[in-house]
Design a protein around this ligand. Sequence first.
Ligand code: NAD
Ligand code: MG
Length: 399
Amino acid sequence: MMKKRVTILGSTGSIGQSTLDVIARNHADYEVFALVAGRNVAQMVKDCQTFNPRYATLSCAQSNAVLKEQLSALNLATKVIDYDTDIALVCQHEDVDTVMSAIVGAAGLVPTLSAIEAAKTVLLANKESLVMSGQLFMDKVRQHGATLLPIDSEHNAIFQCMPEAIRDQRAQQLSQHGVTKILLTGSGGPFRERPLNTFQDITVAEAVAHPNWSMGQKISVDSATMMNKGLEFIEAKWLFNANTRDIEVVIHPQSMIHSMVQYSDGSVLAQMGQPDMRTPIAHALAYPQRINAGVEPLNFAAMKDFSFYAPDFERYPNLKLAIDACELGQSATTVVNAANEQAVAAFLAGQISFNDIYAVNAQTLSDMTLNYSDDLEGILACDADARSHAQQIIHARAK
Ligand code: NAD
Ligand code: MG
């Protein structure tokens, strides 16, 4: 069998590093074609030494220049290319089989779409790109015949529990295949039991300390506000051609069940495992085969608690906001995603409080006129306008 050649977008991040870990464990079957990231020169140099990719690039031009110097000093064969002009090359190159989309935020949209347009197998971790452009994104997948495999642990779990016909994104009706509900599970994050009247004092360190998963900073804050589950709700709608009433959010603090699919005969299929992203990454890399992910199986005898309950929207107003935006349509979800990226960045920078994240998101959504077109131009304009509006609100609230 030929080795599968993989381009990793966001290689220095949490998902990128887990992907490299799985590839290293299965080096007879996979090789790294290109590594792409933001500004982490040291990690990029290290990974180029280990994986010897054909191409590498960093989106920060200054960092990319340093990378080029360092790789040439080390005599590595990896060619450092320009991010802005050549990113499509490593997403669309004929020698590439699989593109891991794991850049954080809206910055991942354009490279992910270019991989889709070249009919690659796209492993989607970057949920923000699908949330901001849902219909366009899925239309392109179908139009170009790309294969889209979800990496988000919930969506990967749902994918594994879905009937075959739903898995290939041909816009099948869930009900025609006996599916009555998608049960989207979430841990409830670090503030599941924290008294609501202390939320204004939440620090950045508290917000990024997730009880079960180790992740990048942005998604960690999103998990604390449960905006992450809101974005995942929108993601599930697009990936599985679902209506908002087909999806139910269930809090499951132990993160052992990664999501479930309920059928008309009363069956509920769940996918379970350790909270370790190497499982969905390995699943998608090898699909429909199975490979070693380096993840220990669950030990059921050692499990103490196994609990479930409905989310409290007073505790998680961002979750409600995202579900409402999903009902409102494409521009609303683009706006919420953009406002949230700005608000989370401002919270991480110490400019606004934890509660302000919701205030910024809700105010941006209610202020904006949602009349943008659903083509890429309209989506990018909506995203840009929402960001500048959110930034004004942040400025007014800044400590
Ligand atoms: P992270 O912050 O650890 O890594 C982000 C990566 O993107 C880094 O390599 C960074 O250099 C790169 N990057 C940032 N800005 C960039 C830009 N403008 N251009 C190019 N590259 C840029 O984030 P993460 O936790 O690995 O998450 C990545 C994506 O996967 C996010 O969309 C997140 O929602 C999703 N995801 C993550 C997890 C997880 O467990 N970490 C789970 C599900 C989904
Ligand atoms: Mg998830």
